[in-house]
Design a protein around this ligand. Structure first.
Ligand SMILES: *Cc1c(COP(=O)(O)O)cnc(C)c1O
Ligand SMILES: [Zn+2]
Length: 417
């Protein structure tokens, strides 16, 4: 039994039954992404803030009544979710804000927020008796699917651009996935994965296609609210590639609001690199994301490099329905955010994980957030995922190590005292 009442097409609003076996609306093809609908009245009868507080399970599965899986479905053994959120007082002071919270998704088992979606994918794949599960990814979704699959012995085939950061590729190989390094970009890997999954009948985890991925990702948003005592923050900053994470954060807020657990919605800010700013363009120009053609994305933040954000309809709604904004930041600002975030919070993030901080700086400059505001930054992935970018980032702010001989004299000379 689940609490799902149906799956609704984001384009035409047609609702398909809870046990619908497809991925997207048959009338709208790959654009017709489905949104999972729940029976909140029924959920609220037994699932309360109090029952939740009494639950010792700190993983994402503590929100199971709000997830599209059966009450008794087995879940993978890796600890997904329950990541810490830190009060980053130095950052708040620097920016003149009431509070800045940093949620550290680098603490997930494969070191990015994608574990929440991939754990969901593995549960759904096993529910359907799939022999193989597959995904295309810029790297993190793949590493997540790879690691969670390994934890339950699920066969999987991964498609990533050959240019993915080394650490992410190393993860895939260590976990024993069948790995295809595609000569092309994420869009090419995505299209091939779609074809292969149809040809071989593999369970498809692709972002912005499989409707359950956002449901897994929303648990990060639920944790944010629970950590804040179900008091919504004023603003949440999220980096955006395909737009599935920001859609998930929005879904969490809508779930909590529907249950009466929060009494207002936070503003959601979507941050993109200037080199991959499809949604910023659409937001600024009032363009319809259903007809706006792909762009040619190129950014140091590989995790948010997307020619055509796959989950763009939900991603746009997350911002427009909450009074937020889409903002673009340069790659230099993204790189600079890595050491600033690390030094002001202790959280070391990959470029896409530090991007929300760069967005916050831009939002403060524009007066979009101010002195009374409580802000949450979603640091989506660990800095260890992309050491080359981290080294570039510290060099750019003039940080270099002392090169010394193993003597106290040499240290004294280097320290100048
Ligand atoms: C995937 C990812 C994002 C972007 O998520 P989307 O759902 O594609 O918008 C941001 N940061 C990190 C670290 C990621 O892995
Ligand atoms: Zn439809």
């Amino acid at each position: 039994m689940t609490n799902v009442v149906g799956l609704t097409c984001v384009i035409c609003g047609t609702t398909y039954p809870a046990d619908f076996a497809g991925y997207v609306c048959p009338d709208h093809g790959n654009e017709g992404i489905l949104d999972v609908r729940y029976d909140y009245d029924k959920i609220g009868e037994t699932f309360t803030k109090e029952s939740l507080a009494a639950n010792p399970d700190r993983t994402m599965w503590r929100y199971r009544p709000l997830l599209p899986i059966a009450d008794d479905a087995e879940v993978p053994p890796l600890t997904v979710g329950g990541t810490p959120m830190y009060d980053a007082a130095p950052l708040a002071a620097d920016l003149g804000l009431a509070k800045v919270w940093v949620k550290d998704e680098g603490r997930e088992p494969t070191a990015s927020l994608k574990d929440r979606a991939s754990a969901m994918a593995v549960v759904k794949a096993q529910e359907r008796g799939a022999e193989v599960v597959t995904t295309a990814s810029t790297g993190n979704a793949a590493a997540a699917l790879s690691g969670i699959s390994a934890s339950v012995g699920q066969k999987n085939v991964i498609f990533v651009p050959a240019s993915a950061p080394e650490a992410k590729i190393a993860q895939l190989l260590a976990y024993g996935s069948t790995v295809a390094l595609v000569n092309g970009n994420y869009g090419d890997a995505f299209d091939l994965c779609m074809e292969a999954s149809a040809a071989y009948g593999w369970y498809n985890r692709n972002t912005g296609y499989n409707p359950f991925m956002t449901e897994g990702k929303k648990t990060a948003g639920l944790e944010i609210l629970e950590d804040l005592g179900w008091e919504a923050p004023d603003a949440i900053f999220v980096s955006v590639g395909d737009g599935s994470i920001i859609g998930g954060v929005h879904k969490a807020m809508k779930d909590a609001f529907a249950l009466g657990w929060i009494d207002r919605m936070p503003r959601i800010f979507g941050i993109q690199s200037a080199g991959s700013d499809y949604l910023v363009q659409a937001f600024e120009n009032g363009e319809d994301v259903l007809t706006k053609p792909p762009i040619a994305a190129d950014t140091v933040a590989d995790s948010i490099s997307a020619d055509l954000p796959r989950d763009r309809i939900k991603a746009m709604a997350a911002v427009t329905e909450t009074g937020g904004t889409y903002l673009r930041v340069s790659d230099d600002e993204i790189l600079a955010a890595i050491p600033t975030l690390a030094r002001g919070s202790g959280v070391f993030a990959e470029p896409a994980g530090a991007t929300p901080y760069a967005g916050l700086v831009a939002a403060v400059e524009r007066g979009l957030v101010g002195a009374d505001d409580t802000v949450v930054l979603l640091a989506t992935g660990s800095g260890l995922k992309d050491v080359a970018s981290a080294l570039k980032a510290v060099a750019a702010v003039g940080t270099s190590p002392m090169r010394i001989d193993p003597t106290l004299d040499s240290l004294r000379a280097a320290l100048n005292n």
